[in-house]
Design a protein around this ligand. Sequence first.
Ligand code: ADP
Ligand code: MG
Length: 562
Amino acid sequence: MAIRVLAPEVVVRIAAGEVVERPASVVKELVENALDAGATSIGVECRDGGVGLVQVSDNGAGIAAAEAATAFERHATSKLASFADLDSIATLGFRGEALPSIAAVAEVEMVTLAAGDAAPAYLHLREGKVVSRGSRARSGGTTVSVRNLFRNVPARLKFLKSAATENSHIARVVSQYALAYPAVKFTLTADSREVLSTPGTGRLLDAVLAVYGLEIAGSLLEVVESKWSGGAVGVGGLVGAPAIARASRDYLSFFVNRRWVNSRLLAGAVEEAYHGLLPSGRHPVVVLNITLAPGEVDVNIHPAKSEIKFANERAVFAAVQRAVRSALTASAPVPRLAEPAPAFVAPAGVVQRAPRPLESLLDTPPAAPATTPLFVLPALRILGQLAASYIIAEGPDGLYLIDQHAAHERVLFEQVMTERGQQRVAVQGLLEPASFTVTPPQNEVMQLLAGELAGFGFSLEPFGERTYLVRAIPACLGRNDWAAALRELLDSPPGGPGWPEKIAQSVACHSAVRAGQTLTDDEMRRLVRDLEQVGTPHTCPHGRPTMTHLSLAQLARQFART
Ligand code: ADP
Ligand code: MG
């Protein structure tokens, strides 16, 4: 179809709004255009977190030279002709807004060659206006280069995060499309570094392997493509075994008619399917393709087209829940988690696990007093343990209940921060170096963190593509799951405390004694003594309370003694 400017009555029905929020939005729009053009190979290159350059090259259909400039007009699209088409959109784009919106906030060059044209067309735009045109060499397809994003919109520029964070958003976008289109070969380079490369074999598992690595790819169960809800909803893809659950929802990928979408409804259906298989705070790895008649889904409710509305939500929910559940139950034996002890709720992000040997708690060196205590805990006398999770203690003014995990986390956090500050971190070498593979978004964070991690005792050497050789870890992590600690860190959302604190939090959380672990009197005494030494004994590093106090006065009131 030729590129035409949409009629005003169609334009008013299109959800308005800015499509370019950050460099990753540019990548998303350009990749979607390349996919709509039928490309089988898409290269994305960015520099300086995408602010310096985002360049997307494809081998798709190209744009006829005569139409190249039209493509940059507002509401010019080849994908939609009339009102009626809006109700059954089969392409990723349809608004004709992306190219003009991008050209309005950046400098853009495009080279494109369509079949039937003798020579490629070249356009250079500044502030949305064509400043030069001509021809440049290239074979069939399109390359769009976007430079100096937001230079003329300082307010936007100010909102962007570090290059590493923007790179990680870009890596996420490209990773998601690579999962949605396994037949397309994707490459992503950031500042000349290859971040991701998928083989384009058409097999979802190959794409997952390229994006997530072997650990995840090796633990996936297939959701065999099939129809549900009376044939209306197709569901297929791969779902992770409960053992590879993650602390974040970033590993839930949903594609509705090949469009990457955020959907609470779909996330809810998956969570239902995993009900009873995951502890709270853990989320599965899922890559699901959902297919519906185009008229059954409205993609026209959000400017970035990442949110959608289903005509029949119940049918979609039921289809996804059943499809995933049957994949999980078919893969017998699905490990069933023991029901958590009813007396406690594990702190968010903390996995319950088999108790580790008790002496390991005694192994931990005493915490050095980190700072002058702001609040000195009174000397406490240990009375016992409740629900294998709380220490019951008596102080001069009543009863103290101490959350053993939170308290130990606080103690270890202070210890780790102090050791790092004094550059005398206790390190433990691994008998055999272990390999640790990260996803492209994680790798961006890794680039940023490598130095900091070394300061905490991690010895990580680059070892091929997105893989690191781990030779040593902080000693306090001991036999614990250092890989989970690292992964949680690399997935942690931007913002919040600085990286040193986040690293210390993660190390402390994964080293600390768990809820559900029986402690000896000695271990409890040791923990409480260490807690008495730290600067802020009342909260764990995440800000949750470590203890509650019931004063003698309160007790007296309770028993109506006053
Ligand atoms: P939309 O994708 O919503 O149609 P865009 O502003 O993203 O709007 O693109 C405008 C038009 O330019 C598209 O409809 C398409 O015809 C053409 N186009 C953009 N990028 C490409 C590409 N990589 N290959 C072929 N055609 C393209
Ligand atoms: Mg588009």
